[in-house]
Design a protein around this ligand. Structure first.
Ligand code: ARG
Length: 456
């Protein structure tokens, strides 16, 4: 028997049942559902709806239901439409008719919103822990390669020399913002809708603030009609996870490129690369391609939910049931992905020689312009002069440093003997020591700050 069968003379069609039932996916919220019900039993006792004794019977019964779930002995029946129905059905089997009093003044509309908020709250903590581990791996490698030189790119064209530490730390800060966003999402998630009823609120004298506190919520929702249909916390979480996915995808793209033999800057550990069934020489960066691929899936979940929400009329609508699979999958995806990304970083081999070999003196063209600036030339003119120098090197097919001084002087009188000092990659990197720059000293400052942010 369903929870709402009274007004119907025929049972629900089987195909509709299969479409309508959310149990297959919402059963993972059993602990949150039971926790909410325990708090609710106490709240309706305090409101005088049931006796304290009845509340205790309900709570003890709910404890048993929780145990059955925890040790895998809970048996679902055909009539269990969703997790809320299943828990109440089993509770009533255990405690008898008093089980039927638990739902007084409550609707599955405020119940599901409560359960899901509790679930998301836990997920935020789990995901953040995993991000911290990824960040720790980045810090560890950045520290090991704080002064290792590599080409930095803009437009994927060689731009200026940077340090490997700087490159790796750039992803640390992206992930830091993801953590901050999770914390922001937590604030807006940790609000109790319980006591909103189906849409209009509850006629019973429930102390909603106390009820919220019992479930560890920070505050309560202030409008029951909004509260039962508010899935902003899900959308926000999906956005946060999608952007996290985008960050991992961008990291992945760098690794895919840099591990290509044409670059050869990095190599994935054997445990984290895969071969080809046909081509014996292949060493593919599959985990990184998966990271890149999963970002699309995460973005899909976000756009899917926003599309579901955009046309909904006021109050609860069954469309809202679509919120769960999207977020469950987003969280599951990242719980699988993040540890692999972390391990890839931990075990990544950095090929210093290949990085060094890729440093062309053209990457010092900006430094050459800065050299002229120091001699008093306005930067715009210096830029133009060095452009000519680069053109000469290209025409002569030589390095910038191989252009004879007299030839340089014909372009600008400001070039003197000391110009050779410009052609030093390490010096170029070391000069960029202002905070946030690529100099090892500046990266060290980043790393110190970052370490402080790892201890949560
Ligand atoms: N399974 C539903 C969901 O996930 C629970 C709420 C059902 N409410 C209702 N009025 N049918 O959204």
């Amino acid at each position: 028997m369903t929870l709402w069968g009274g007004r119907f003379s025929q049972p629900t069609d089987e195909d509709l049942r299969a479409l309508n039932d959310s149990l297959p996916f919402d059963k993972r919220m059993y602990a949150q559902d039971i926790r909410g019900s325990m708090a609710y039993a106490q709240a309706i006792a305090e409101a005088g709806v049931i006796t304290q004794e009845e509340a205790e019977t309900l709570i003890k019964g709910l404890e048993q239901v929780l145990n059955e779930f925890d040790n895998g002995t809970f048996v679902f029946t055909d009539s269990d439409e969703d997790i809320h129905t299943a828990v109440e059905r089993r509770l009533t089997e255990i405690v008898g008719d008093v089980g039927g009093k638990l739902h007084t003044g409550r609707s599955r509309n405020d119940q599901v919103a409560t359960d899901f908020r509790l679930w998301v709250r836990d997920a935020i903590h789990d995901i953040e822990k995993l991000i911290v581990q990824t960040q720790a791996a980045l810090v560890e490698q950045a520290e090991a390669h704080i002064a290792t030189l590599m080409p930095g790119y803009t437009h994927l064209q060689p731009a200026q020399p940077i340090t490997v530490g700087h490159w790796l730390m750039s992803f640390f800060w992206m992930l830091m913002r993801d953590r901050e966003r999770l914390q922001g999402a937590l604030q807006r998630t940790n609000i109790s809708p319980l006591g909103s009823g189906a849409l209009a609120g509850t006629p019973y004298a429930i102390n909603r603030v106390k009820l919220a506190e019992a479930m560890g919520f920070d505050s309560i929702s202030m409008n029951s009609l909004d509260a039962v249909s508010d899935r902003d916390f899900v959308a926000e979480m999906l956005f946060t996870l999608a952007l996290l996915g985008v960050h991992l995808s961008r990291f992945a793209e760098d690794i895919i490129l840099y591990s290509n033999p044409l670059f050869g800057f990095v190599a994935l550990d054997d445990r984290y690369s895969t071969g080809s069934s046909l081509m014996p020489q292949k060493r593919n960066a599959d985990p990184m391609e998966l990271a890149r691929g999963k970002a699309g899936r995460l973005i899909g979940h976000l756009t899917g939910l926003l599309t579901t929400l955009k046309g909904l009329p006021s109050g609860y609508n069954k469309d809202l049931q679509e919120d769960k699979e999207a977020l469950f999958d987003a969280v599951d995806t990242l719980q699988k992905l993040l540890p692999v990304v972390t391990a890839v970083i931990h075990t990544l081999r950095i090929n210093k020689e290949r990085m060094l070999a890729a440093l062309d003196e053209e990457l010092l063209a900006t430094d050459l312009a800065d050299y002229l600036v120091k001699k008093g030339l306005p930067f715009r003119q210096a830029h133009h002069v060095v452009g000519e120098v680069v053109r000469v090197a290209e025409a002569e097919q030589c390095k910038l440093s191989e252009i004879p001084l007299p030839r340089l002087k014909r372009i600008s009188e400001l070039f003197t003997d000391d110009v050779v000092e410009v052609f030093d990659f390490e010096a170029a990197v070391t000069r960029r020591e202002a905070l946030g720059g690529t100099a090892p000293s500046s990266v060290a400052t980043q790393i110190t700050q970052a370490k402080g942010l790892l201890n949560t």
